[in-house]
Each structure stands twice: as structure tokens, then as C-alpha cells.
Design a binder for this molecule. Structure first.
Ligand code: ACO
Length: 381
């Protein structure tokens, strides 16, 4: 009698559509195109509260009261300056190193030098998360400046997080509309459930590794153009296309070559990214502020044409790329800005994973060559 064939297990390539755990941090609902942070719609938070308040919310589960906010702001402002060892390490890195490599290296050094590095209690982990959050703007700002041959700008503790981030980058007090638009982008990037980088952080945490290692791994996952690297790639696309009139022929060629159009599509949202309308308003504000309507011409032309042809919608990286460009950030600093924001979501997830941990270790189905014998070798004389 013929042997019965063992049933092949179903493979969930890319874990698409597979729920792997619960989270109370954010809810992504593709059916209603909505994103809730701890129950609050993200578009209601943007503009109503600051990025610092959103960070507090994501970590603690509740928005801070006045006293809690003042205490957190004081902590954040006290940890903004670039540590001299981190600066020395950055200075040793070649300008050929991508800024994502720089912030990944800086994160590793900051974590290793954390005053509570050996304490993995929940309280210490939260303070480590807050110290990384406070330190990242100086890393991004300094890396952009050194690439332009400029000196480090020390932080100002009379400015909020976003205003100070821009001040350290450009060495001038930023205007309110610009600070507001940038702050909105930071709020929108802060958290998005089990995306690839957050999941990476959770996998690393699940082995009971430390918070710093999980953040460094997450930065590595975010770098790729299918994830965070897309905001940078959007600007390369815009530069390649040039003008709104060139969109049609450019798209003909790109689609014929089966190229992915960066800043479009999403694993979870198939009818538009919940964050895009809010970020588009922030982009509109910047376009008006800098008087650059040409940016919107190209933006709209590509979005409309691609949606019409493929039914694939822009994701958050599409409006944030040109927004950061207008503010004056170098294109390759866009994904490090994403890091500065998403470190909040990553560390909230690291703490949640730790609180109810199970080692993350999926199965694979072997489809290589069948068992075989190692060939006998002639003995060496
Ligand atoms: N350009 C062209 N075609 C696309 C795009 C795109 N941006 N996105 C999806 N498609 C097509 C695919 O080619 C595929 O077509 P096919 O069925 O004919 O092969 C179909 O749509 C399904 O796409 P998948 O890649 O299988 O969808 P998935 O859910 O795996 O991918 C992803 C999501 C990776 C984000 C994809 O849309 C993509 O590569 N986008 C460009 C990169 C990008 O913008 N990433 C940012 C993500 S959001 C963020 O990080 C804030």
C-alpha cells in the first residue's frame, strides 16, 4: 500500500494576516482606516497635544496631568545634550556611512553607557527609554551638521522637543508653523502596532535580551526601503520625475519595469493609510509657509495617477518625505527622524513584551535536499 503523504502545513509568508499577540498600545483598524493610541484617535491627538504628551501616553497608558508633564519635560530636557563619547564615536564614522548606520551605532553607545545599564527593572527600563528618546534629536541634528562641515549646536532647555530638535539642526529658532508641522509628523510616526521594526524589537526582547539591543535591532529593520527607508526613497522618486507633467511617462516606464513606487501601499491598510490626511494637512501648512506650490503639483500628480492606475494609496512616508525636505533636512536624515519618533513605540512594546513574555520562535518547513550520506574521503597521506 502506498505511504500516506503527510499534510503540508500552511505557510504564512511574511506573517501576513497572522495575529501573534495582544497589545494595548495602539489599534490599527484597516476597515475604518483608523489608528488609536491607547484609545485616542491619532488625528485628534495631533495638534491638540504635543509629541512629549503622546510619548508619555504611549508609555504610561494615560495622558500626563500638568505635574506629570512638567516632571517628564524636565527629565527630557536634562538628557538632550550629545554625550561626549557618542560625539567622538560619530566623528570617527566616515561620511559614506548612511545616517541610519550612524544613529544605530549611536543608540548602541548610548544604551551601553546608560547609568542604569545593569538594572532591568521596569522602572529602570522606562527611564532608559526616556533617555534614548531625549538623546536621539541631538544625534540626527549633529550628523546632518557634520556632513555640512558645521559645528555641534547645544540644546536649548527653554524649547519644547520639536522646536529644540529643529534648533539643534539649523542653529536658529524655528517658526511656529514649522514646529507644529514637524511635531505632527513625530506624533504620527510614534507607533503603529506590530510593524516590522516593532516586531523585531519584540523578538529580541522575547529572548530576555536588553532594551538597548532591541532598539538597535529595530533601527536595522526600519532602515529598509519597504519600511522606514521609504520616506527617503520618496524624495529620490520626486527628483527622478522632476515635474508634474513628467509623471505619466515616468509611471509608464516604472510600471513596465515592475518597480515599487515608494511611499505607496501598506501591508495592513489597503484603502489608504489613516495617518496620511493629517500629515497632508501638515505638508499643506509647510507648502504655504515656504511658498512652494510646485511641491504639491508633483505630489498630487503622482498620487492621483498611481491611485487611478493601480488602486494603491499613499502611506505616511509619502507626505512626510516632502515635508522634511521643505523644512531643510537632508534626504538621508528622514529615516533617522522616523527613528527619533518610533523609539517611543518600540520601547512601549519592549516593556509590554517583557511584562507577558513568550519566546518568539516560529516554525519553518524544510524544502531542501533530502537526507543524504556524507561522501567518503580518501585518507590524506
Ligand atoms: N508600487 C507598485 N506596486 C505595489 C506597491 C507599490 N508601492 N505596493 C504594492 N504593490 C503591488 C505589488 O507589486 C503586488 O502586485 P502583484 O500582486 O501584481 O504582485 C501587490 O501590490 C501586493 O503588494 P505586496 O508587496 O505583496 O503587498 P505587501 O502587503 O506585502 O506590501 C509594502 C506592503 C511592502 C508596504 C508595499 O506596498 C511596498 O513595497 N510599498 C513601497 C514601500 C513603502 O512605501 N513602504 C512604506 C511602508 S509604510 C511605513 O513604513 C510608514
Amino acid at each position: 500500500m502506498a505511504e500516506q503523504q503527510a499534510a503540508q502545513p500552511e505557510i504564512y509568508k511574511g506573517l501576513a494576516g497572522v495575529p501573534v499577540d495582544y497589545t494595548a498600545i495602539s489599534k490599527v483598524d484597516p476597515a475604518s482606516n483608523s489608528l488609536l493610541y491607547r484609545g485616542y484617535p491619532v488625528q485628534d491627538l495631533a495638534g491638540a497635544v504635543t509629541f512629549e504628551e503622546v510619548a508619555y501616553l504611549l508609555w504610561h497608558g494615560e495622558l500626563p496631568d500638568d505635574e506629570q508633564l512638567a516632571e517628564f519635560e524636565q527629565f527630557e530636557r536634562a538628557h538632550r545634550a550629545l554625550d561626549h563619547v557618542v560625539k567622538k564615536v560619530i566623528d570617527e564614522l566616515p561620511l559614506t556611512a548612511h545616517p541610519m548606520d550612524v544613529i544605530r551605532t549611536a543608540a548602541s553607545v548610548i544604551a551601553a553607557r546608560d547609568p542604569e545599564v545593569a538594572d532591568d527593572s521596569a522602572d529602570a527600563e522606562l527611564r532608559k527609554a526616556k533617555r534614548l528618546f531625549a538623546a536621539f534629536p541631538a544625534v540626527v541634528a549633529y550628523d546632518q551638521r557634520r556632513r555640512r562641515g558645521l559645528e555641534l549646536v547645544e540644546p536649548r532647555d527653554d524649547l519644547g522637543y520639536s522646536a529644540n530638535f529643529l534648533f539643534m539642526t539649523f542653529d536658529e529658532a524655528p517658526e511656529l508653523e514649522v514646529v507644529d508641522a514637524f511635531d505632527v509628523s513625530m506624533i504620527l510616526y510614534a507607533e503603529h502596532s506590530f510593524n516590522a521594526s516593532t516586531f523585531t524589537a519584540r523578538v529580541i526582547t522575547s529572548t530576555l535580551s536588553d532594551l538597548g539591543s532591541a532598539v538597535v535591532g529595530a533601527i536595522g529593520a526600519l532602515k529598509g526601503p519597504l519600511h522606514g527607508g521609504a520616506n527617503e526613497a520618496v524624495m529620490h522618486t520626486f527628483a527622478e520625475i522632476g515635474t508634474a507633467e513628467a509623471v505619466g511617462p515616468w509611471l509608464d516606464a516604472a510600471l513596465a519595469e515592475k518597480r515599487k513606487i515608494m511611499g505607496f501601499g501598506h501591508r495592513v491598510y489597503k484603502h489608504g493609510d489613516s495617518r496620511v490626511p493629517t500629515m497632508k494637512l501638515a505638508l499643506d501648512q509647510l507648502v504655504a509657509h515656504y511658498d512652494r506650490p510646485d511641491v504639491l503639483d508633483l505630489y498630487d500628480a503622482l498620487a492621483n495617477e498611481f491611485i487611478a492606475r493601480k488602486g494603491i494609496y499613499p502611506n505616511l512616508d509619502y507626505p512626510s518625505g516632502p515635508a522634511y525636505n521643505l523644512i531643510g533636512f537632508d534626504t538621508d536624515q528622514f529615516t533617522p527622524i522616523f527613528v527619533a519618533s518610533r523609539v517611543v513605540g518600540w520601547t512601549a512594546h519592549i516593556m509590554e513584551q517583557r511584562a507577558s513574555n513568550a519566546l518568539i520562535r516560529p516554525l519553518s518547513v524544510y524544502d531542501g535536499v533530502e537526507r543524504r550520506e556524507v561522501p567518503a574521503r580518501e585518507p590524506v597521506e
